[in-house]
Design a protein around this ligand. Sequence first.
Ligand code: BT5
Length: 251
Amino acid sequence: PAIAYGLEAPVAVEFHDSVGSTNDRARELAAEGATDVAVVADEQTDSRGRLDREWRSPRGGVWLSILVRPDVPPAHAPAFTLAAAVAVARACREAGVDARIKWPNDVVVGGRGARGGRKLCGILTEMEGEADRVSWLVVGIGLNANVDPDDLPGGTDATSLARELGRDVDRRVLTQRVLEEFDDLTADPDSVLPAWREHADTLGRRVRVETPGDVVEGIAEDVAFPGALLVDTDDGEVRVTTGDCEHLRPA
Ligand code: BT5
């Protein structure tokens, strides 16, 4: 596949008609020493979510992985997931959809009053690092742009931009805006948390977070660098760094 510079983002973009997983392709490029490359595919045949869950990637979506080599410790990686979520939320809002972020890695629509809303986008960040520095970091973004939600897994309450708007969106513009916003945010790390708070759906809500080995329930108070959720529980404030978050109706 050709490396094209057609998008006005500060990265090279490699387009695929069909690929197993854009994250896997970006990892291959990382192994070859590349950096600042985005991999985009019209369709993925073997894409994945977190914890090796299945991610469905039919044609019409924006399936995108960004390979970067930031000069930061591995512990900062979650901030890149947050930045990607903000970039997607902004691009979707520009397209006319009221997209909000559900901690840590979902962009949703219609969260208010519902159990976390309809999922528009998921993000999977993978990386390799030494003790003190990231070697490479791949941020995988799966955005249901012009996808028919009926083609997506039944159990999830998924949606797409096309479903929300009643018309297709320009995936090229969308991809370009996500890349530009991601670049702006990561160039100015201090901007990430304030921007995340602005687009968050999770904050102020009663949440139930399943972490590996624990369940934390309480009010989501704030987010803290590099991406932890601060939950006010009956036993005081708990800092959650990873997990699946469910929005509960106010108790
Ligand atoms: C995620 O995982 O939400 C991360 C998804 C990352 C996908 C991108 S696409 C580009 C790159 N290449 C890859 O191979 N992956 C990345 P998680 O939070 O674990 O959510 C996974 C769950 O979302 C699944 O168990 C399904 O229930 C649901 N799901 C699967 N496909 C979906 C879709 N297209 N839209 C909405 N929900 C979906």
